[in-house]
Design a protein around this ligand. Structure first.
Ligand SMILES: O=C(O)CCC(=O)C(=O)O
Length: 270
C-alpha cells in the first residue's frame, strides 16, 4: 500500500486550508498512491478559542469535499481531523473515505490532550472538546488499519487493542509541539511499532513559528521492525511510503512477542 503523508501548512482560514489539502492530495495522487493522510486539525488553528468557529456537523462541507476527492482520485483519504460539532459537544474527529468516496471509518479522539509542562507546553483540550469512547479499526483491500489521533498514541493499551483487532498499521493524524515533539515523537512512533509489530504513520501540520501552538512537524512512517522509513522536517512537504503488510506477519513469526505474552501477570491496578 502506497501512502502519502501530507504535511501541510494550516492557517486561520478554513477555505484556504481545504484548498491546500485538496491541491496537495491531487499532486500526491500523480505518484499512484493508494491512500493520502492529512494532519490533525488540518482545517483549523490548533486553539481552543477557534475550534467552535471552525467546526462542522456530521456530513459538513469539509467532509463532503474529502469524500468527493477520494471518489474522483480513486484513493483512500484519511481526512486528518476536524472539530466535529454534535449538539452542544465538540469532538476532535478523523473521517476516512474509501475509493468510492464512502465514509468507512470515523474516530473521535479518545484521550484529550491536557498537559502542563513546566517551562514548556500547556494545552487543555477538555476546555472545549469531549472525548470519544471507542477504538477504531477499518477494512481495506490491503487488510485492517487502526486509526487514532495524536495524544491517543501515547496509550499503549489503545495501540494494543487496535493490533489485537487485526490492525497492521496505525494511522495517526497528529500535531506534537516544540516541547514534547523533540523529546517523544520519534520514540513513541517507534515504540508502538515495535511493541505491536505493525506500521505506525504520523502526519502533522507544517511548523509555523508565529502560531500560538507551534507544530513540531516531522511526519513519520515506521515499519514493524521499528525502522524509520521516512521522516519530514518542519517545512510543508509530502512524504510517500510503501507498506508491505507481509512484513508484520514475518516479524510476528520470527519474534513472537505477541504470542509470548503472559497475560496473567498483567493485571492493571487502578
Ligand atoms: O502527546 C503530546 O505530546 C502531544 C499531543 C498533542 O499535541 C495532541 O494530542 O494534539
Amino acid at each position: 500500500m502506497k501512502i502519502a503523508l501530507i504535511q501541510m501548512p494550516v492557517v486561520a482560514d478554513k477555505k484556504a486550508n481545504l484548498e491546500q489539502a485538496v491541491s496537495r492530495i491531487r499532486d500526491a495522487a500523480c505518484q499512484h498512491i493508494d491512500m493520502a493522510v492529512l494532519p490533525e486539525m488540518f482545517c483549523s488553528p490548533y486553539e481552543n478559542s477557534q475550534f467552535w468557529h471552525f467546526s462542522e456537523p456530521r456530513g459538513g462541507q469539509v467532509q463532503q469535499a474529502m469524500s468527493a476527492l477520494a471518489k474522483e482520485l480513486g484513493i483512500y483519504i484519511v481526512a486528518g481531523s476536524l472539530p466535529e460539532a454534535e449538539g452542544e459537544k465538540l469532538y476532535n474527529t478523523s473521517f476516512v473515505y474509501d475509493r468510492t468516496g464512502a465514509e468507512i471509518a470515523c474516530h473521535r479522539k479518545a484521550h484529550l490532550f491536557d498537559i502542563d509542562v513546566v517551562g514548556g507546553q500547556r494545552f487543555q483540550e477538555s476546555e472545549t472538546l469531549s472525548a470519544g469512547d471507542k477504538a477504531t479499526v477499518f477494512d481495506t483491500e490491503f487488510g485492517k488499519l487502526g486509526l487514532c489521533i495524536c495524544f491517543d498514541l501515547r496509550f499503549q493499551e489503545l495501540a494494543m487493542t487496535m493490533g489485537q483487532a487485526g490492525a497492521q498499521a496505525i494511522i495517526c493524524p497528529a500535531a506534537f509541539n516544540m516541547t514534547t515533539g523533540p523529546a517523544h515523537w520519534e520514540v513513541m512512533f517507534r515504540g508502538r511499532a515495535v511493541d505491536n509489530q505493525l506500521y505506525t504513520i504520523g502526519v502533522a501540520p507544517a511548523r509555523d513559528e508565529t502560531a500560538s501552538y507551534v507544530s513540531y512537524g516531522n511526519s513519520i512512517a515506521v515499519d514493524p521492525w521499528g525502522t524509520v522509513m521516512c521522516r519530514g522536517g518542519g517545512e510543508a512537504e509530502t512524504l510517500v511510503a510503501t507498506l508491505e503488510f507481509e512484513k508484520c506477519s514475518q516479524i510476528r513469526q520470527q519474534l513472537p512477542i505477541l504470542k509470548a505474552r503472559q497475560t496473567k501477570l498483567y493485571k492493571i491496578l487502578n
